[in-house]
Design a protein around this ligand. Structure first.
Ligand code: CTP
Ligand code: MG
Length: 234
């Protein structure tokens, strides 16, 4: 991995407490092998290599043994029991961050193994300069429509829309407070939504296709045909 210009200090949360129902199989996707290692190990290793002070990994009850095996030998990793939803898993992890106060925290999906350091640099820079949160986004290239059952509704202007990825960067105190203040069911898709709901400003930085979320069984199958293995394509 290329060395990065010095990053400010940060803590990290990796949520790995999901069931991976869309992938299926005998164990949750984050513990299955992907490019030679358990899926969750990829991003945790990167976060450690980039200098995270602590990586809190949220895991489901009953998966401690498999999680410890997947992350064996890594220093600075602690585990916390996640919740029924992603939002609850993050909330539990935030509560357990020992060095949290007034620090920067990156919140990341274990299901996104490939974590380009340049994205982290952009996120932490944006946090410094502009906002209390920063998230990586990508443009939408297809046209989009609202759907009801199988019928097409109106078409929003795709230029005003973005795809949102993780990691997402926050000042700990702000995101902790936003999670505490959340009203309604804890089903937010990501933490930027939680922050925005409590009035926090969220900067958008350029995301990266490599941050793709492993979601379906075929995302494991294409291991050797991913973009970097295709001959003759950029
Ligand atoms: N996650 C979590 N706790 C939950 C649900 C999800 O920590 N209660 C984590 C997942 O482990 C994953 C990330 O949130 O790293 C993004 O969720 P998703 O890709 O939807 O994973 P799963 O919920 O596990 O998959 P599925 O929705 O197919 O069951
Ligand atoms: Mg899910």
């Amino acid at each position: 991995m290329n060395a990065l210009p010095s990053l400010p200090p940060f803590e990290a949360i990796v949520v790995a407490a999901g069931k991976g129902l869309r992938v299926g199989g005998d164990k949750p996707k984050q513990f299955r092998q992907w490019r030679g290692k358990p899926l969750v190990r990829h991003s945790v290793e990167t976060l450690i290599a980039l200098g995270a002070n602590e990586v809190v990994v949220a895991i489901a009850q009953g998966t401690q043994a498999i999680a410890e095996e997947a992350l064996a030998g890594l220093t600075g990793v602690t585990f916390v029991v996640g919740g029924k939803t992603r939002q609850q898993s993050v909330s539990n992890a935030l509560k357990s961050l020992t060095n949290g106060l007034q620090s920067r925290v990156l919140i990341h999906d274990a299901a996104r193994p490939d974590l380009p350091p340049a994205v982290i640099e952009r996120l932490l820079s944006a946090l410094e300069a502009e906002a209390v949160g920063a998230i990586p986004v990508l443009p939408i290239v297809d046209s989009v429509v609202f759907a009801k059952d199988d019928m097409m509704g109106s078409s929003p202007d795709r230029d005003t829309l973005r795809r949102v990825q993780t990691p997402q960067a926050f000042w700990f105190d702000d995101i902790m407070l936003a999670h505490r203040n959340w009203k309604g069911p804890p089903t937010a898709g990501d933490d930027a939504q939680v922050l925005a709901a409590s009035g926090g400003s969220v900067a958008l930085v350029q995301g990266d296709e490599r941050l793709k979320k492993i979601t379906f069984a075929e995302d494991f199958e294409d291991t050797m045909t991913g973009p970097q293995f295709r001959v003759g394509q950029g």
